[in-house]
Write a protein that binds this ligand. Structure first.
Ligand code: ZN
Length: 193
């Protein structure tokens, strides 16, 4: 098999062949179901598709917020909070810390409270951010980041943030920091990520 010139994430997430028996799939409403699925008429496997979780942290170091500049699409060259797709067999908080390690390589960080829970139905995603306290600010960004840097609260690069989920989470952080109380914020965004 030859290697493709570039690897990518299919969007929309179409499945053409059965993951169990490799036969072509049909798009039908299975018995006792109420929506169209990718179904294998050979072996009966139903390929359910469900929203994906994006998990991340809001890392704070001495009244500065840590952001990473994305090295990869979508939105390469924009600043983001450390976050990424949750993996199987990990918790949301484990995933958030793993992503922070992969993208920023923070030397020391303590997970704080759940902070934003954001439905993004158009993208088939749920984004979850935890507050986090940086205890050792040394950084070692991974290949998904061009750089990682701490920003003063009044110097956030608002015009060059990656996603509405990121900018709205930072907005909630600054507002809660201003009033001295951090809540859990649950909301929905109509965004195509
Ligand atoms: Zn099959």
């Amino acid at each position: 098999m030859t290697k493709p010139s570039e690897f990518y994430f299919p969007c929309p997430r179409t499945i053409t062949y059965c993951t169990q028996c490799a036969n072509p799939l049909a798009r039908i409403i299975p018995p006792d179901d109420n929506r169209v699925r990718d179904v294998c008429l050979q072996c009966g496997a139903v390929h359910y598709q469900n929203p994906r979780n994006v998990v991340g942290i809001v890392p704070i170091w001495e009244n500065k917020i840590l952001l990473c500049k994305r090295a990869i699409e979508p939105r390469a060259n924009t600043w983001t909070l450390p976050a990424g797709f949750m993996e199987l067999k990990e918790s949301t908080s484990e995933g958030a810390l793993r992503e922070a390690d992969e993208e920023a390589g923070i030397a020391g960080v303590e997970l704080g409270q759940l902070f934003t829970l954001i439905d993004v139905p158009n993208a088939g995603q749920v984004h979850i951010y935890y507050l986090a306290k940086v205890t050792d600010p040394a950084l070692n960004p991974g290949p998904e980041s061009l750089e990682a840097a701490y920003f003063d609260f009044d110097a956030i690069p608002w015009d060059n943030l990656s996603f509405r989920t990121v900018s709205s989470t930072i907005e909630h952080f600054l507002a809660d920091h201003q009033r001295g109380q951090f809540d859990i914020h649950y909301y929905s965004l109509n965004e195509n990520l």
